[in-house]
Design a protein around this ligand. Structure first.
Ligand SMILES: [Fe+2]
Ligand SMILES: [Fe+2]
Length: 344
């Protein structure tokens, strides 16, 4: 991650930003394709969790840090940011859409935690997958589940302060399930066998845990938006670098133990998960433009959806690409990596 801290006049906020940008403690592994000694990776992460985990830090006073004149979400990543219908809106309406975008971003993040990541970690702890057991692993999974539950709280709090300070109800339940959560559930419902359901959840969690850094970076690096929003993403991201390492180990270890049919299924679910995860969620956008009463909103979204270049929100797939390469299966998966670039 890069970028300078947003201009702040609160010491607490500056301190929080500093913390969010400090390097991770020594010993926290990043993706090292040569480091496949899972026990060493997992043990190191277990050992330094108490020093690095966001849940171990003081909570900032979000209300105090709110800056009403700032946008709640980066305008440049709205799929319709340069569409004439959007450009013709008055500033208050644009601001309302940006607030909704932030509420939806938080909701999607919470769903990734509650419906994919934590259920997968719980299944691993229950012994659902071959090759995955042991004290250090269970400790690291329990820590990761605490992290995810805390991330859920962080994002719920972030939405709550936005509603309070903007004076709009913007309820979560007015929005549909996130696209990723829907696809995950549909694939689980379609799966005839228990092992298929379990591998579906593990595959989606693998994608989410390895790719969520890129999703959080969309906001973490933005110095123009509401600082508490970018800082929420940055703090969350710190924990996710470690989860990515854990998930990498989980996927490699399980894949090694699967038979040929199960391997094929797991790879298919990885690609389903990646497709879903990087896609702009137009069902959510349709609901938002309806709720905001944007004249011509539906047509605006149809215009954007018709342009293939706007279909993907996250365009940095490097994490999953590395996993696929390490598994030695790059020639067995069907995904257009060509538009991959590191967002910044
Ligand atoms: Fe998380
Ligand atoms: Fe995570």
């Amino acid at each position: 991650m890069s970028g300078n801290p947003p201009a702040t006049d609160g010491l607490d906020q500056a301190a929080l930003w500093e913390f969010s940008k400090t390097p991770l403690p020594e010993g926290v592994p990043s993706f090292d394709p040569n480091d496949v000694v899972e026990s060493a990776v997992i043990r190191r992460l277990v050992g330094n969790w108490h020093r690095r985990a966001t849940v171990k830090r003081d909570e900032p006073d979000l209300d105090e840090l709110f800056e009403p004149e700032r946008a709640d979400y980066p305008e440049k990543i709205l799929p319709f940011h340069d569409h004439p219908t959007y450009l013709a809106l008055d500033p208050a309406k644009r601001s309302e859409l940006l607030s909704w975008a932030w509420i939806a971003y938080n909701r999607h993040t919470v769903m990734a935690e509650q419906k994919v990541a934590n259920p997968a970690f719980a299944l691993v702890m229950e012994g659902e997958y071959p090759g995955l057991s042991g004290e250090a692993l269970n400790l690291s999974l329990a820590q990761a589940m605490v992290d995810e539950q805390y991330h859920t709280l962080m994002h719920l709090n972030a939405s709550a302060v936005t509603r309070r300070r903007r004076g709009h109800a913007m309820p979560d339940d007015a929005l549909p399930l996130s696209y990723t959560a829907r696809v995950h559930q549909e694939l689980r419902d379609k799966a005839a066998e228990r092992w298929q359901q379990s591998l579906t959840t593990l595959a989606f969690a693998t994608v989410s845990e390895i790719s969520i850094n890129a999703y959080l970076d969309l906001l973490a690096d933005d110095t123009e938006i509401q600082p508490i929003n970018s800082t929420t993403a940055t703090l969350h991201n710190r924990d996710e670098y470690c989860h990515a390492s854990i998930s990498h180990v989980l996927a490699q270890t399980v894949y090694d133990k699967l038979d040929a049919t199960q391997r094929r299924f797991f790879l298919d679910m990885l690609m389903e998960g990646l497709d879903a995860f990087v896609t702009n969620d137009y069902s959510t956008w349709r609901r938002i433009v309806d709720l905001s009463g944007i004249a011509g909103g539906r047509e605006m979204l149809m215009d954007c959806q018709a342009e293939s270049g706007r279909k993907r929100l996250v365009r940095d797939y490097t994490g999953l690409r590395k996993l696929v390469d390490e598994l030695g299966v790059a020639d067995q998966v069907d995904f257009d990596w060509s538009r991959s670039h590191v967002t910044g």
